[in-house]
Design a protein around this ligand. Structure first.
Ligand code: AVI
Length: 355
């Protein structure tokens, strides 16, 4: 997940639900040859289901990642710039929570700007472990970080952090008995998980980070008009990002989606407190994917993403259920976005494997 936008993207790539997670673009493969790929499997399963859906993680091939970077720069898309501003203004307080000699684990090889702001404020961080399902993203992120922080031990780890995975062995405590393991999960990528997935992820994180904590970016419930605009930008970049899923299927799987016959449709659903993104069929049509045919009725939808929004209290309650002790919260004056420090308490031992 590279520069600005990317923390979120990485998480998305790793997530499983209508949310996101793994890159694995199968580029350079002859059309139709990828029936066995994770994307092909998920798309075929999602098209066969009712209602039809595809996990958002499949947004993030190279074209989708580039579009997501553009989304993060849009005037309507407030999360990235608001989170960056919070990090810039409060990194010192966050560093106080984290303490010296930290072993930082970033979920998703994300934005070098975000982690850069945090690292610059930390007192002698000992190690940085970016975890991403995409080795390609990890490599790029690790290179950047090594160049920017030559004294930091950068230890990239290719893994799907939405599932059980093993971290590198804990660092030996320094002479003051310190090496807290601290997670960093910016971008409100947690909002792309289902509620059950979010709880599962937080439970695993609480176990894995025991003795340290988690710094997590969380998008907030707000005026639906603001949310609506953020996912329906005037330039149509979000629409292109959504439709790229179909373009990707055409490129990689030899599918024949007619992009002009699917409308981008995103709306805020206030009962579930989530943005839903769909691709709505503009008429009766038949589509072929990996040699299988699927009929779309006029108005039928392919559900491509949920992006949950939280109240501060609601997120703290979720974190507490997962085993964290919720700590300080930083939010902007307009109440658009929040960053939470979640204390993972003390523990006699820190397991490497989580699951
Ligand atoms: C990555 N994730 C946090 C973004 C979001 O806002 O849910 C993905 C996105 N989808 C449309 N715009 C941005």
């Amino acid at each position: 997940m590279r520069p600005s936008a990317s923390g979120a993207r990485a998480a998305s790539r790793a997530a499983t639900s209508v949310g996101r997670a793994t890159p694995g673009p199968v580029r350079g493969v002859a059309p139709g040859a990828e029936h066995g790929s994770a994307f092909a499997e998920a798309l075929l399963e999602g098209l066969a289901g009712q209602p039809r859906s595809v996990p958002p993680k499949f947004f993030y091939d190279a074209a989708g990642s580039a579009l997501f970077d553009r989304i993060c720069e849009l005037p309507e898309y407030y999360p990235t710039r608001t989170e960056l501003a919070l990090l810039a203004a409060h990194a010192d307080e966050m560093a106080q929570c984290i303490g010296p000699a930290a072993d930082i684990v970033e979920f998703g090889a994300g934005s070098s700007r975000k982690i850069g702001l945090l690292l610059a404020a930390l007192d002698h961080p000992r190690r940085f472990v970016p975890v991403d399902i995409s080795a390609e993203h990890l490599h790029a992120a690790a290179q950047r970080l090594r160049a920017e922080h030559p004294s930091l031990d950068v230890h990239p780890l290719a893994a799907d952090f939405t599932r059980a995975f093993a971290l590198p062995p804990p660092l030996a405590s320094d002479r003051h008995g310190r090496a807290p393991r601290v997670g960093f999960f910016p971008g409100s990528s947690i909002g792309n998980f289902t509620p059950a997935e979010a709880l599962r992820f937080l439970r695993r994180a609480a176990r894995m980070l025991r003795g340290g904590g988690l710094l997590v970016g969380v998008d907030l419930v707000k005026d639906p008009a603001v949310l609506h605009a953020a996912y329906n930008d005037a330039q149509g970049v979000t629409a292109a990002f959504n439709r790229n899923l179909l373009a990707r299927a055409n490129r990689e799987l030899g599918a024949d989606f007619d992009l002009d016959r699917f409308a981008h449709y995103a709306f805020y659903e206030p009962v579930r407190q989530r943005i839903e993104m769909h691709l709505v069929s503009l008429g009766r049509q038949r589509v072929s994917v990996c040699g299988r045919r699927f009929d779309f009725a006029p108005g039928e939808t392919l559900h491509t993403e949920n992006s949950y929004k939280f109240t501060v209290e609601g997120f703290r309650a979720l974190a507490a259920r997962a085993g964290f002790v919720p700590g300080p919260v930083w939010r902007d004056r307009a109440g658009l976005f929040s960053i939470h420090w979640l204390d993972a308490g003390s523990a006699p031992h820190r397991p490497n494997a989580i699951g």
